[in-house]
Design a protein around this ligand. Sequence first.
Ligand code: ADP
Length: 506
Amino acid sequence: MSPPDPPRPGAPAHLRTRLRRVFRTVRARVLTAVLAATALGLAVAGVVSHAVQEDVARARIDRSLDQEVAELRELAANGYDGVRFASVAELLRASIRNDLPDANESAVGIVVGGQTYAPATRPFELEDSPRVRELAAAVTPDAAPVRETVETAAGSTRIVAVPVSLPGGAPGEPVLGLYVVGHAVEPELRAVADNARTFAVVALGALLAVAAVAWLVTARLLRPLDDLHATAVAVGAADLSRRVPVHGDDDVADVARSFNEMLERLEESFATQRRFLDDAGHELRTPLTIVQGHLELVDVADARDVTETRALVLDELDRMTRLVDDLTLLAKAHQPNFVALRPVDAGQLLDEAFDKVVPLGERRWRVDARADAEVVADPQRVQQALIQLVSNAVKFSGPGDLVALGSAVHGRDLLLWVRDSGPGIAPEDVERIFERFGRAETGRGVEGSGLGLAIVSAIAEAHGGRVDVASLPGAGATFTLVLPLRPVDAEGPAADADVVVAGGAA
Ligand code: ADP
């Protein structure tokens, strides 16, 4: 018996997996980032604002103490109602009476060696503080005012202690005193702390509001991605007809649109591939059936029958090989390396093709025109196309008929044509003959696969060009390869360099 699984710490595994999945979503990540940034911003704002408010509160306390000192000095210098004070005791008493302390403020006037004067009501007593008593004991006539923070019954208290002296007082009168004003700091800071608490509550509310808005907005923004995901999952090679719903006109909608376009191209390419396979299977089945039929019926005892069947089977196999070669070539036609473009001499291209095709049949051979130009092309593929066009011309014409080749520059194109005086092509057949396995009335009874013109067309398209046909039934046909002198794809720096070298050598 196997030992039981050890208990796992923390949350159960399935819950952890679920949580991990939730936190891996873009929505959760966006939300986390937005909340973290907002929280950080609010925290920095809160801390800075709290520090500033505290500084402002302390400065206000100091200003209010300064005000008290200024008032005392004014009294000492100018007296009250124009009458100067005769004694320190009088001055301190008047000053205390004059003073209207606010709720957190207290004052005391101490005559050295004499009485202590204080307002009738005050929130706390300053003379209780040992530090205040110490300052009073140590006061000298020309000491500077002391400003510091001391502990009193009201807690931390900011005080200013101003020495007072009136020389020339009555004999025996004390001439030194200390006027102390204190402001309790804590009540002021409590107000600042209250503000901070209010800010924290508001900030938390704002954070929750941001979270709710971000949650809704991300859901809305990411919905197209969910649609994209669902469509991508649903689409298979068997069914490429699904499309993503496109909402609005923003960049996310662009993604959905591009995705749909991609699906369209894929669907088309799959359909082309399927048609290609259907066509190829159909065309290959005929020779296979012929071969099988003959082999089944051959009389192996009859040497003549065997020889004839062998020749026929070899002939059919030959046809199949050509068919397979042509199909392979067509399948390759959309690959980027189907043509190897380079600058070539158009005149030479025509000459070489002409030399190769003349032995194809007893015809009246002619060169209509010969362009002396340079074209960026794949000479092998262009010759292959010309030879295909000439072999058609020969195939569909008779001995003594005219077959002419020609080339000319027209605008930015090179025209290469093959002209014959054969039966021509009916206008309604013109489109069909360029399709794979497409044949016209003229093709009937003439051997062929119907792939020749499809290959010529593919070669022209790989050069960025096309094939034109001009024909009248009974009056021959002219097939023209229209090739750009410089295909757009070849107009990169490499092609430029090639052309410059070729031009320089000429
Ligand atoms: P194939 O020659 O094997 O039938 P192609 O694709 O070369 O296949 O040609 C397709 C069809 O176009 C031919 O079957 C024929 O009907 C027609 N055709 C092509 N070239 C000529 C031509 N020079 N004159 C008359 N008809 C032509």
